[in-house]
Write a protein that binds this ligand. Structure first.
Ligand SMILES: [Zn+2]
Ligand SMILES: [Zn+2]
Length: 350
């Protein structure tokens, strides 16, 4: 089979490799599509967060096949697996494969599992940028309806991360929520938010095309901070008080200060992004000046089933989110396009 293989820092090659054989408790999946995540892009740049250096340990353990945003059809099953799967079924695996043994796993917080094995970064857990992938024993697998489009299947993973962030934000009646960043994850959050009851959703992004999509998915107001003073506009839309909840989904350090500036006292700051660099703020704003609550959001615990059913019902939509599709052989061009402004989600079709 064809597989993208990362043999070391900045060393990516398309190879022909043997189709893996599922061992006891494993499933072999014929991959239908695999999205390119911001994390895959950052790993491809050889950044310290993934490859070590600057005081950080290496997360990547080559050789591996990247890709954790994949789904496909069961091609073979090794012995017995949980979840009533048969050959030919469509399946998606949660991006993290928990160890089941660590402090977090033992307390049910599997998404914070200490070894933190996500598909597509380690030689023992290859991802979906290949014709076939193995779902190992202990993986968390879900049925994907047969009538799902490629878009619906490929967006289950990112939209599940969006749903968890919205659960962390936990808006209530009367709240004004500001969401900064309308990329794939932000657009998923707009939709998860629009299924909750609160006063208004204001979405910020530097790209008008993304703001139009956000509006079509249910944003009440959209603002482009490059064309207005976003802090002043949010204050105007909240009677001068500021927003109740701010969700940071841009990955840009400047969006942190922006959020602190537009939150009301006792507001809630939800951090979702992988930042492009450190953010420096006057920390006293959290305590002495505003009494803010800071909440993080990682991965997508207990979200896949709800996202699949909401996609099935049509309450979560996918139009316009996948902007580009490439065959696996064009992975290099796909990675390049994924970093351009016109791209929202780029998927590879093995
Ligand atoms: Zn991802
Ligand atoms: Zn664990």
């Amino acid at each position: 089979m064809k597989a993208l293989v990362v043999t070391g820092r900045n060393q990516y090659v398309l190879k022909t490799v043997p189709v893996p054989e599922p061992k006891e408790g494993e499933m072999l999946v014929k991959v239908e599509a695999c999205g390119i995540c911001a994390g895959d892009i950052k790993a491809s740049h050889g950044t310290a967060r993934f490859w070590g250096g600057d005081g950080m340990p290496a997360y990547c353990e080559p050789p591996f096949t990247p890709g954790h945003e994949f789904f496909g059809r069961v091609a073979a099953i090794g012995g017995k697996v949980p979840g009533d799967f048969s050959v030919g079924d469509r399946v998606i695996s949660e991006q993290i494969v928990p160890c089941g043994e660590c402090w977090y796993c033992k307390r049910g917080m599997y998404w914070l599992c200490d070894p933190h094995n996500v598909y597509g970064f380690k030689y023992y857990l290859n991802g979906g940028m290949a014709e076939y992938a193995i779902l190992p024993a202990g993986s968390r697998n879900y049925h994907v309806p047969d009538d799902f489009t490629l878009e619906q299947g490929a967006l289950i993973e990112p939209f599940s991360c969006s749903l968890h962030a919205v659960r962390q934000a936990d808006p209530h009646e009367g709240d004004t929520v500001v969401l900064a960043g309308a990329g794939t994850l932000g657009l998923g959050m707009v939709q998860a938010l629009s299924q909750r009851r609160f006063r208004q959703l204001i979405v910020l992004d530097l790209m008008d095309s993304r703001l139009r999509l956000a509006k079509s998915f249910g944003a009440d107001e959209v603002l482009n901070p490059s064309a207005c003073n976003a802090v002043e506009e949010v204050k105007k839309l909240t009677g001068g008080v500021g927003c109740d909840i701010y969700i940071e989904a841009t990955g840009h350090p400047a969006a942190v200060q922006q959020g602190l500036d537009m939150l009301r006292k006792a507001g809630r700051f939800v951090e979702f992004s992988v930042m492009s660099g450190p953010s420096t703020v006057d920390w006293s704003i959290i305590g002495d000046a505003r009494e803010l609550t800071i909440v993080g959001s990682q991965l997508s615990p207990n979200c896949y089933e709800d996202v699949i059913s909401s996609l099935k019902k049509g309450t979560t939509r996918t139009e316009g989110v996948i902007t580009h599709r490439f065959p696996l052989s064009d992975w290099e061009e796909a990675y390049r396009v994924a970093q351009t402004k016109d791209a929202i989600k780029v998927v590879l079709i093995p």
